[in-house]
Design a protein around this ligand. Sequence first.
Ligand code: ADP
Ligand code: MG
Length: 220
Amino acid sequence: MITLALSKGRIFDESLPLLKAAGIELAEDSESSRRLILATTRPDVRVVLVRATDVPTYVQHGGADLGVAGLDVLLEHGGQGLYQPLDLRIAQCRMSVAVRADFDYAAAVKQGSRIRVATKYVSVARDHFADKGVHVDLIKLYGSMELAPLTGLADAIVDLVSTGSTLAANRLVEVERIMDISSRLVVNQAALKLKQQPIRRIIEAFESALPAVPAKSGQE
Ligand code: ADP
Ligand code: MG
């Protein structure tokens, strides 16, 4: 049996076409079912539904053989014990710094003031501000980061942005892009050895189902 860990929401939705390309379709409707283990059309493959932040943990400890996790989640987890063979280029967004429209971020950085930063991504945020030589007090949150600058909890947030509409709706502005984010296939290293053939085949099927990467123009 091969167990694949997915999280509900966009990773689940955007993984389905890749699974289909690998000959794996869900045997039951995940919406109507409250089940956390889903059978597939392949008798040797099942899907488990876990929290997005728990995918690396499941795969690391063998609760799942492979999984799909955002780079944001992987960076916070650390990636220990995980083989990361593929960027699936799904659930694409970016990790950014945002502040209230009336907060002068450039001036605060220039003056060397200590900035209070609220985020779910403390590890990425710590590295980012350390690289810039900016002194920060990090405040760990688990959600609704946008609220932190509005309530005075923090001066800035580090959060995921895709269209920017959530930031705009809360009168926040993106002042720095830290990195591009997409979801990665992660594989348990022991499973890769023990179930090498079927896992390799799934990796290859995913790989051939990925849209072609637009070639970087060399003529700029
Ligand atoms: P949750 O809110 O439970 O963390 P999401 O579906 O919002 O679940 O996020 C799962 C993953 O999708 C994140 O870890 C990230 O990699 C990616 N993601 C999050 N927000 C966005 C977004 N706005 N656009 C695209 N991808 C995103
Ligand atoms: Mg979310």
